[in-house]
Design a protein around this ligand. Structure first.
Ligand code: ADP
Length: 394
């Protein structure tokens, strides 16, 4: 190559030699091997001469026309070695630097990436039954952490609602039980303080027993609800004809309707088989029909209609005062009564029990205004309520 120096010599002496061979002191490689480095694997010498230049030298024996020659070749590699050294230094400093930067960057990124998790964990730790209304931080609802926050917030809201319901239920229950008990005690105490006739005492004891009976039935209703909540009431699901149950419940309550000169109009076209727990569904029908009779004025009509529309529907409609839109949303809440004076005899548990019973049988219960075309007998009555029990067809 152009950058290489060459020397050929025979036993008798040198034949050809590049101009700079001697000035570069290249023979030193062969004369003083200690000054050079010999790579036994690749058969070359590496020599650094007094000028600081580095050469790579090869030597081969060749035979030409039965004469032995020695061919020596030197290539300067100073710049290559220098480049290698620089590259080595660069790599030695850059690799640890890059490693440090990438480790640091990774740590920083991971920290930044996981900071929402840290926030969520910190916030979750502080959530107890007293601050379930608080929500977890939500930065971006489209990423995974946002989704996690949303799911957790949803769970918190549901828990909050359940806790609130439970709290309200407990306080309402204690209130409902305490007030009549206080009344019974007061009636008893005042009666004892006075000297009354036996008839008057009998009257007072009678009214006290009446209140005790009401309380007993209230406690029974509460027990039904809480047992069903805890799923302690075994369901005996069986296929029944709902029309038959409706007919039998209507017959049972017809006495109450007669007392108010109300007309129970039944529309039961044939058989509609549903798979339900018979006593639960009867309880629901009784509670709803009892309300329809109880809250409707005298001489009105209560319609009970069974039909099929995706589900088997039992529609109990009355011509009573109706339920306002604000009350409708809470009507199935435990102890909820629209007007405490209007329904002073009720406990506000009837519809909760009905709802629970229907839902336990896989059905739904809805409430709305009575449909206009059904209003047959007393057109003058405004409002009217329609309760629908929807049950899957068996
Ligand atoms: P209650 O024991 O008071 O009847 P319910 O849970 O059965 O309790 O009913 C809750 C409230 O819903 C009642 O107090 C009443 O105000 C209202 N309500 C229920 N059914 C009717 C109806 N058919 N028409 C008008 N109001 C009704």
């Amino acid at each position: 190559s152009s950058g290489s120096l060459l020397k050929i010599n025979s036993d008798s002496g040198e034949l050809i030699q590049s101009e700079n061979w001697n000035s570069e002191d290249l023979d030193l490689a062969f004369v003083k091997p200690s000054e050079t480095e010999f790579d036994t694997r690749k058969n070359y010498w590496t020599l650094k001469n007094s000028k600081g230049r580095i050469y790579r030298l090869y030597q081969r024996n060749i035979k030409y026309a039965s004469q032995d020659y020695k061919l020596s070749c030197a290539t300067e590699i100073t710049s290559t070695v220098l480049h290698h050294q620089v590259l080595g230094i660069i790599l030695l400093t850059a690799i640890p630097f890059l490693l440090a930067v990438s480790a640091g960057g990774g740590y920083f990124l991971a920290g930044k990436l996981l900071s929402p998790i840290r926030e969520i964990t910190g916030k979750t730790k502080n959530i107890s039954e007293n601050n379930l209304h608080e929500q977890l931080p939500l930065k971006n609802k489209h990423d995974e952490f946002g989704q996690l926050s949303m799911v957790m917030n949803d769970l918190l809201s549901r828990l909050h609602r359940s806790f609130e319901q439970l709290r309200r239920f407990t306080s309402d229950a204690s209130h409902e039980l305490r007030t009549p008990l206080t009344a019974i005690r007061t009636v008893g105490e005042t009666a004892l303080k006075k000297d009354l006739s036996p008839e008057r005492y009998r009257e007072i004891i009678g009214s006290m027993l009446e209140e005790v009976n009401r309380q007993t039935s209230l406690i029974e209703s509460l027990l039904t609800l809480t047992r069903a909540d805890a799923q302690q009431i075994p369901l005996h699901l069986e296929v029944v004809d709902i029309c038959q149950e409706v007919e039998s419940v209507a017959e049972l309550l017809s006495v109450l309707a007669e007392e108010k000169m109300q007309h129970l109009e039944l529309d039961l076209p044939g058989k509609f088989m549903v798979r339900v727990d018979r006593s639960s569904i009867r309880q629901a029908l009784i509670n709803i029909l009892d309300n329809a009779i109880k809250f409707s004025p005298v001489k009105t009509c209560v319609n009970i209609r069974v039909y099929f529309e995706k589900d088997v529907v039992v529609d109990i409609s009355d011509e009573g005062p109706g339920i306002s839109d604000t009350d409708i949303s809470r009507i199935f809440d435990r102890f909820y009564r629209v007007d405490k004076s209007r329904s002073s005899t009720g406990s506000g548990l009837g519809l909760s029990i009905a709802k629970q019973a229907v839902e336990n049988c896989g059905g739904r219960i809805t409430v709305g205004k009575k449909e206009a075309e059904n209003s047959s007998v007393h057109k003058s009555v405004s409002g009217g309520t329609s309760f629908k029990i929807l049950l899957p067809k068996a």
